[in-house]
Design a binder for this molecule. Structure first.
Ligand SMILES: [Zn+2]
Length: 428
């Protein structure tokens, strides 16, 4: 390469020297100088030549960053909020007293603050892609655009939807459909629905039509609690998966079904033969005392992991999932690692942008024992925590460097979020 060309090339990419890179698919360790290309489809490659000011990563571990397959940014300001006056006694009351009380009070500033905080927390935990399920029944218009702007501003990739439902009457339902369509005209996203028990047949039909029109898929909670099944059997004379199947929800390879805890054998076999994916959220299930997912009936290769808005830490989600499911689902550590990483497959087979190899996390992981290609997964599940996340590169650009956001002022974001949290809690 001519010297001038090389200088130009050095400016176009990030160069890291003395890295230990772990291939996220085969756990192979490679050491050397890493060149990271920019943009949606940027590549990474090991190179001999490196600019003088390349970032020294001696002693650091670099690997692909993480994806959260089911999040609720709208709940980000809930941390530490007052407990409801009446303590919920079951899952539906948890929704009614807590989440449906909170989401109705959200306005545009609060939505923006929630999105900024969620993006900040995700990135600091090494999560570079959020698949979100948003609700703000009395501030629906432009809510997805506000979130997308906030996520873009901080530098995190995303796949958004509005969780439409009939729970607050026909007007919010109609506005949810309109917001979804408006968003899908300009962005890739999903068609969100809350859950079968709050979605009537007309809405379900309209949502599937929208997903078809925009080559999208449905993102919905499924059988998180038995109440969802009971309502479906009572009102529609069938099980939730049977109902979704009849309407065509399961025909989209972009469809994500949250939870899928209370399924019978027939539902499992319908689901196993379908295109849909399942987002499992272990800590949320423990918190709501709704039971745990089971992979029985050949569902394992559909499992993605999310946080359900509990937090933004996918390493933590993977570890909880491992400890709660290892005996129940009869899987090994590599299988649980696949659960953590399967969202990359979901995004790539569906041609979503924003999850290329130039999305990376730089870990400062001081282990008292050797770290090798053979035992790396043992470290991931028994040693590594998100405290090790030092820097994050998204689309080939620095977004977190030495534990600070690069593209936004995080102190300002925290001040703004606290103001909005106080406003929100006063309304609860
Ligand atoms: Zn959820």
């Amino acid at each position: 390469m001519e010297q001038e060309d090389q200088k130009q090339d050095f400016k176009m990419s990030i160069y890291l020297k003395n890295v230990t890179y772990i291939d996220w698919q085969n756990h192979k360790f490679t050491s050397g100088n890493l060149k990271i290309g920019r943009g949606d489809k940027g590549l990474i490659e090991f190179v001999d030549a490196c600019p003088d000011d390349a970032v020294n990563c001696q002693g650091k571990i670099i690997t692909k960053s993480f994806v959260c397959a089911h999040h609720h940014a709208y709940s980000a300001l809930a941390r530490g909020m007052p407990f409801p006056e009446k303590a919920p006694q079951n899952f539906v009351q948890i929704l009614e007293y807590i989440w449906w009380n909170l989401d109705k009070k959200l306005d545009q500033d609060m939505i923006r603050a929630s999105a900024l905080i969620t993006a900040l927390n995700c990135l600091k935990n090494g999560v570079s892609f959020i698949i979100d399920h948003h609700a703000s029944p009395f501030a629906i218009k432009n809510s997805l655009e506000i979130m997308a702007e906030a996520f873009d501003e901080i530098g995190i990739n995303h796949l958004l939807c509005y969780e439409i439902s009939g729970r607050d009457g026909i007007e919010p339902q109609q506005k949810g459909l309109e917001e979804t369509e408006q968003y899908l005209q300009n962005h890739s996203g999903l068609v969100g629905l809350h859950a079968s028990f709050t979605v009537g047949n007309d809405l379900l039909n309209a949502a599937v039509k929208l997903a078809e029109k925009y080559n999208s898929g449905i993102h919905i909670h499924v059988a998180e609690d038995l109440a969802d099944q009971e309502a479906c059997e009572k009102e529609f004379g069938c099980r939730v998966i049977e109902r979704l199947d009849r309407f065509g929800v399961l025909n989209f390879s972009k469809t994500i079904l949250g939870h899928c805890i209370h399924l019978n054998q027939n539902e499992r076999s319908i689901l196993a033969d379908s295109e849909a994916w399942i987002a499992v959220n272990t800590e949320s299930n423990l918190n709501n005392n709704v039971g745990l997912f089971s992979n029985a009936g050949s569902l394992e290769n559909k499992v993605l992991l999310g946080t359900d808005g509990m937090h933004s830490d996918m390493l933590r989600s993977a570890q909880y999932n491992y400890f709660c499911h290892k005996d129940k689902d009869r899987l090994s550590v590599p299988d649980f690692y696949k659960r953590l990483r399967r969202a990359h497959q979901y995004l790539s087979i569906n041609n979503f942008e924003g999850d290329s190899e130039n999305n990376l996390v730089i870990l400062s992981y001081d282990s008292p024992t050797p770290v090798t290609s053979e035992n790396w997964l043992g470290h991931m599940f028994y040693g590594l925590t998100s405290n090790a996340v030092e820097s994050v590169i998204v689309n080939g650009e620095w977004v977190v460097r030495d534990r600070r956001l690069v593209q936004s002022d995080e102190d300002e974001i925290l001040v703004f979020a606290k103001e909005q949290a106080v406003r929100l809690w006063e309304k609860l």
